[in-house]
Design a protein around this ligand. Structure first.
Ligand SMILES: *Cc1c(COP(=O)(O)O)cnc(C)c1O
Length: 390
């Protein structure tokens, strides 16, 4: 097609070309990628639940009972007892009045912004928010305003310069490419002062932070009044697929009435809801998973610091090593792959220009020996770069 080839070649020339690798076997750390045995260090399956026998069994039972497809949208005839029970359990888990399932996190974020915001409103977003949140704000009817990363002074100054009827502040709970945690207590006080709504996307905090993995809000002890809109995804620590929004009755009813990404799409398979219910149950009873994960995070940080690599400041399983140059990040990722470790190079536009990085994620499914071997491979491929030498 006219013009596409040139554009693709330019993209390749800039070191930004992306291609998919073929993953084989079950979703767990040791698997084959493009036919090569590797240990995976870039899955978001933080608790190792994606391939948990009880989760798999629940999925299978759900399919035996319901069949595979839901047949229609939630508002037509697709909303089953499995979906409904999962919503009640998610509301209970997050300590909120109600929860509403969405097919994906991307759709949940679009749904919230489009349902709640109207012309004359303003949406304020952290500049490092996940792409789905930025897209949600940009395509909403509201005036879109970005503020500096986790920067309350920057947000305050944006408020001083924008006129609006209703404001919505939107942030990741744990930033997906950096692993740091949003300053939620301060954001909630600022929101209250300006009579603004606050929305937290806790895709990377749920299952990981807080008691029983109840997430970033629980980590800070924030309730539904302080943070009225919580979005969570099910495809990360919960090990399944999909997303939900949780909050007060009027929020959930508004989404059911007005969120087009909720209304005009087929309900996810009921068997998937059964699998997620099983994941929630496992999360509650296998507390060793988050303890082991924390041990691995501490072990990795100690190791990577002693090698002297530029690891970002993060207490979460997201442990990025900042390289800057996109082509260099690609080469290091390739060198690690040769040694049997898969660590994706994250490049612009997923992250800002000149901040390409290796995004290493740890999982309760990893063994300490695998983390140690990754550290050795990192020292081997990047040790020469330590101490600001390159
Ligand atoms: C993964 C992710 C999403 C999108 O969720 P999907 O269910 O994969 O569409 C949204 N927000 C954040 C912060 C994420 O990391």
């Amino acid at each position: 097609m006219k013009g596409l080839r040139e554009r693709l070649e330019k993209h390749r020339g800039a070191g930004l070309y992306r291609s998919r690798r073929l993953a084989q076997g079950a979703q767990k750390p040791e698997r084959a990628l493009d036919g090569r045995r590797i240990v995976n260090f870039c899955s978001n399956d933080y608790l190792g639940l994606a391939n948990h026998p009880e989760v798999v069994a629940a999925f299978r039972r759900g399919a035996d009972h319901y069949g595979v497809g839901s047949g229609s949208a939630h508002l037509v005839a697709g909303h089953t007892g499995a979906h409904h029970a999962l919503e009640e359990e998610l509301a209970d888990f997050t300590g909120r009045s109600r929860a509403l399932l969405f097919s994906t996190g991307y759709m949940a974020n679009l749904g919230v912004a489009h349902a709640l915001l109207r012309r004359g409103d303003a949406v304020f977003e952290d500049r490092l928010n996940h792409a789905s949140l930025l897209d949600a704000g940009l395509t909403s009817a509201a005036h879109f305003v970005r503020y500096g990363h986790a920067d309350l002074a920057s947000l305050e100054s944006r408020f001083a310069n924008v006129e609006f009827r209703q404001a919505l502040i939107v942030t990741d709970g744990v930033f997906s490419m950096d692993g740091d945690i949003a300053p939620l207590p301060a954001l909630s006080r600022l929101a209250e002062r300006h009579d603004a709504w606050l929305m937290v996307d806790d895709a990377h905090g749920l299952g990981v932070l807080g008691e029983f993995g109840r997430g970033t809000l629980q980590h800070f002890g924030l309730d539904q009044r302080q943070v009225p809109i919580l979005m969570g995804t099910l495809g990360k620590a919960f090990g399944t697929f999909g997303a939900f929004v949780a909050g007060e009755e009027d929020l959930i009813e508004s989404l059911i009435q007005f969120a087009r990404t909720y209304i005009y799409t087929t309900a996810p398979p009921p068997a998937l809801a059964e699998a997620t219910r099983a994941a929630l149950a496992v999360l509650r009873k296998e507390g060793w998973r988050s303890t082991h994960l924390q041990t691995l995070v501490d072990r990795f940080r100690k190791g990577v610091t002693s090698i002297g690599l530029p690891v970002l400041d993060s207490i979460t399983p997201i442990q990025p090593i900042l390289l800057g140059d996109a082509e260099q990040a690609r080469q290091v990722s390739e060198a690690l792959l040769e040694r049997g470790f898969y660590v994706a190079a994250i490049r612009p536009p997923t992250v800002p220009q000149r901040s390409a990085r290796l995004r290493i994620t740890l999982s309760a499914a990893h063994k300490e020996s695998q983390v140690d071997r990754l550290l050795a491979a990192l020292a081997d491929t990047m040790g020469g770069r330590a101490g600001g030498g390159g």
